[in-house]
Design a protein around this ligand. Sequence first.
Ligand code: COA
Length: 260
Amino acid sequence: MEYENIYIEEENPIATIVINRPKKLNALNKRTIEELHVAFKELDEDANIKVIVITGSGEKAFVAGADISEFASFSVEEGRRLAAEGQEQLFSFVENLSTPVIAAINGFALGGGLELAMSSHFRIAGDNAKMGLPEVSLGVIPGYGGTQRLPQLIGKGRAMELIMTAGMIDANKALEYGLVNHVVASDELLPLAYKIAGRISNNSSVAIKHAIKAVNAGYSYDVDGYTVEIDAFGTCFGTNDFKEGTSAFLEKRKADFPGS
Ligand code: COA
């Protein structure tokens, strides 16, 4: 697929997806969501890529939300479809990706932008970041998982207040709330993402895939997280990564995981 609204930088084993509509503050239109789906899928299937970093281009925004101009005249049915397709194609898709995804929030992360960051496995922020779910100020609610993931991450009361006020919190408040894991100066944001990604990529990608699945299972209503963990734990014993990881430890050397 020819990308118009995103670009990808790869430096094995880390890939960076940059959302690139800076004049529209990287707002997520239909095309951008489709491109992101394809990019995440292809990078997830690429055995050389162990971590994906997602960020926005320009200095102002990660993503300032879903593209309001695209849905302003939608009907009830079109609105429902917009949320359902978006969740399936991008937000739930990213959350359940086997490859770790780090959101590097470099400015506004509003509406669908914060929802994309919350779908990522964890978030770090530049000190200029501003986050919020302002949908009720437009007469609509967060539709890309925001009403579910924000309470999971910061607690129900804080999420209710942020959603109801359509307010924005700054990076330090987001850190205090546990919405982001680290806050650094803007020019330190990607270096920090790559430092963390480097540490992740030294570990077994197969074990990480199972860990993501088990952690996510705890937030799902139709499976029991503990059962998923037991199954995934057992499955790891049959992998080459497990053989390599345990052998390397016993032989007092650094593991070189085959990723299988
Ligand atoms: N959808 C579509 N276009 C958007 C957008 C969005 N979510 N967010 C910003 N843009 C566009 C603006 O319309 C403007 O385009 P224009 O230059 O063609 O008029 C451009 O991006 C720059 O935004 P602007 O509003 O001029 O920047 P600002 O610095 O004054 O304000 C924000 C920044 C983020 C506070 C403001 O853009 C905003 O409130 N955006 C909408 C946020 C939102 O409600 N998101 C949830 C959507 S469900």
